[in-house]
Design a protein around this ligand. Sequence first.
Ligand code: NAD
Ligand code: TYD
Length: 350
Amino acid sequence: MKTYLITGGAGFIGSNFIHYMFNKYKEEIFIINIDNLTYAGNLNNLKNIENLNNYKFIKGDICDAENLSKIFKTYDIEYVVNFAAESHVDRSIEDPSIFVKTNILGTQVLIEIAKKYWKMKNGFKEGKKYIQISTDEVYGSLGEDGYFTEKTLIDPHSPYSSSKASADLIVKAYYDTYRMPINITRCSNNYGPYQFPEKLIPLIINNCIKNRDIPIYGDGKNVRDWLYVEDHCAAIDLVINEGAVGEIYNIGGNNEKQNIEIVKYIIYALKHKGLDVEEALIRYVEDRKGHDRRYAIDSTKIREELRFNPSVNFNDGMLRTIEWYLNNKDWLGKIVNGDYMNYYKKFYGR
Ligand code: NAD
Ligand code: TYD
């Protein structure tokens, strides 16, 4: 039975990954989820698996070396998958400090503890691997043409993407210096169930449900390459099992959309479901500072080397996502309470 240490497993992608893994491997795996439950961490994302015998939740911080040491002492961990991060660009523009702490320092503390418990005199114990979940945002911004490959130079612009790029460099250094078994994945924008409604797609869905204005930054023509979260999880599982040690893998959806297209799509889909919502809710607001214009991933490497192909097309993924939020208004209701509204007013009220 393989033991996985998942960090940030109460967040959007981490919780989807835990569901994906239990659906696929059932009792064959043991998962430990360590998460310090920031505003983005939500144990309601994991309700239906929380009592499984082969699952354990530990409330803890990836910056806390002592606590991580205890976990490594107690369990024989095969894989560390590091999702834990501060993940929202707008928050990083307001206050970069926690991004530096969690994303950079936290990654270094975590990988150092893994090294300490996995390293032998000559090399590392068999079958161990550390996976760093990174982002295409480390590559910076594209013009109208071209794609990010794994060879594209990193050129991050926001405090968020800079902190993720720094973490990638630290992880790479553990491979270059100690030959520690690692992989880094760099994925494009994800969407799907359990995403915190500060990010574009769930924010729009929530605002439509509440009949609230829909804020679009700048001219609305910034482009993102959208991937359904389950496909990201499948790609990570492939990288864990088959990724060549030391390698970086880009993961993308081949689904480039302008933000305005996404907004209009959601309004159209919700109208079809009988919601009274109109494009008149759209408000063009002040642009994000340093707003990256376009992200687009070249996934040739993971497609050819690991035979990865996204299985959920954009229409199906969006309809599934919209349906999920409509069917889980309780989940949404518990989040969009006082703290969320304070955040919302602070960012969008001006
Ligand atoms: P999220 O913000 O939804 O979740 C982050 C989780 O990490 C939360 O549960 C939070 O409580 C936890 N966390 C934060 N600080 C922690 C700490 N110090 N110790 C332990 N836990 C901590 O983020 P997400 O969207 O699920 O992203 C997960 C990872 O994937 C991040 O590393 C992000 O950079 C990367 N990523 C995200 C996307 C995307 O579109 N969302 C795309 C590519 C890569
Ligand atoms: P976001 O979901 O924050 O992801 P990221 O910035 O990491 O790609 O934003 C996606 C795009 O949507 C980005 O170009 C910014 C834009 N956006 C808006 O126009 N309005 C909003 O209220 C938000 C949250 C994002």
